[in-house]
Design a protein around this ligand. Structure first.
Ligand code: TRP
Length: 348
């Protein structure tokens, strides 16, 4: 059989039988260990089993008015980081939101069925409005509508996102249901949150003693972080005054350091420090030094790959072009169906 015919044809059939996964990230900072173990590592696994779309939500990031330079470097950074983490542009569709104008078109249509009251009641809107009272723009209000457009345009079945995005996903389901009902169609399948199974589910704690690692909490270690900076950050991590009796229960800040250690260090290392802790002989300085070195050993190869990829503009451009092409093909298919349903098809 003609191998060219074979590959393209069967690739399509093969893709058709797979469920679609989609997730996006705003280009507003570096990926950190929490992003990696909480999400990106699972994306890498999912790309073989699902028809995956991973994109950079650059239009969403405009709500906070970045300068053109910041926007450009942010997009480039996330793209390089996705690739450095192992997302494969041959397996998954990696694209930049603004490269797919169909999304903005669907956003305009969906806005007609999104109501002021429900948008104003969204938790993230209320939070942002409080944080930036001088910039409560319409894009902020309709953020969930654009996000729904992102998801629905590719008819995603699963959206792997964190807890903070659950309400936005709920809104996407609501807009999809409303549209389907209004036009008596089933163009939009209802997107479900994707929760990773127990083994994949790692909550990475921050270095500030409580809670999880987050971009805006200032407690994160970035994948792109310089080893010197990692050592500094880890040495500054919150601890306590040390155990006073054998086998004492650990306080949250100390438990967090052990959790980080379980993620990046060997089981022997963890057991070693656990034993010292239980014998009240632990020196947190030693634990931190070891933890810092193990984090560096883990992030260093990723950091090197990020640096290499950032220098290769032609590769980045090729990936973005390929992704945009695949994403537009999928998006325009849905958009045509939507337009037909709405009544934009002309009979004259
Ligand atoms: N709102 C998401 C965040 O801030 C990013 C995002 C935009 C997204 N569109 C999406 C996530 C679609 C999943 C699906 O993290």
């Amino acid at each position: 059989m003609n191998p060219y015919f074979c590959s393209d044809f069967y690739f399509r059939i093969y893709k058709m039988n797979k469920l679609t996964v989609l997730s996006g990230i705003r280009p507003t900072g570096y990926l950190h260990l929490g992003n990696y173990f909480g999400a990106v590592r699972s994306f890498v696994k999912m790309q073989s089993d699902y028809n995956c779309f991973f994109f950079i939500a650059d239009i969403h990031s405009l709500t906070t008015h970045p300068t053109p330079e910041n926007l450009q470097s942010g997009v480039k950074q996330v793209l390089a980081e996705y690739l450095a983490c192992g997302i494969d542009p041959e397996k998954a569709t990696i694209f930049i939101q603004s490269d797919v104008p169909e999304v903005s078109e669907l956003y305009a249509f969906l806005n007609m069925n999104a109501y002021l009251g429900e948008l104003e009641r969204t938790t993230s809107f209320k939070e942002k409005a409080r944080q930036q009272p001088d910039n409560v723009n319409a894009g902020l209000l309709t953020y969930p509508v654009l996000m729904a457009a992102d998801i629905l345009i590719h008819k995603a079945n699963f959206v792997p996102v964190g807890k903070d995005q659950e309400q936005n996903l709920e809104m996407a389901r609501k807009f999809a249901t409303r549209f389907n009902y209004m036009y008596n169609t089933e163009v939009f399948p209802l997107p479900k949150p994707y929760t990773f199974d127990g083994k994949d589910m790692i909550k990475v704690p921050g270095l500030d003693g409580s809670g999880k690692m987050g971009k805006s909490e200032g407690n994160a270690i970035n994948l792109y972080e310089d080893p010197k900076e990692i050592r500094k950050k880890v040495m500054r991590a919150v601890t306590d005054s040390g155990p006073t009796e054998p086998n004492q229960q650990k306080t949250e800040p100390v438990e967090n350091l052990f959790t980080l250690m379980k993620i990046v260090s060997t089981a022997d290392t963890v057991a070693h420090f656990d034993e010292l802790y239980n014998k009240c002989e632990i020196r947190y300085g030693d634990l931190k030094k070891q933890l810092a070195e193990d984090i560096i050993a883990f992030t260093a190869p990723i950091r090197e790959r990020i640096i290499d990829i950032l220098q290769d503009d032609s590769y980045l451009a090729k990936v973005a072009r390929m992704g945009a092409e695949k994403a537009r093909e999928s998006a325009s298919k849905t958009l045509n169906e939507v337009k037909e349903v709405i009544g934009f098809r002309r009979f004259f």
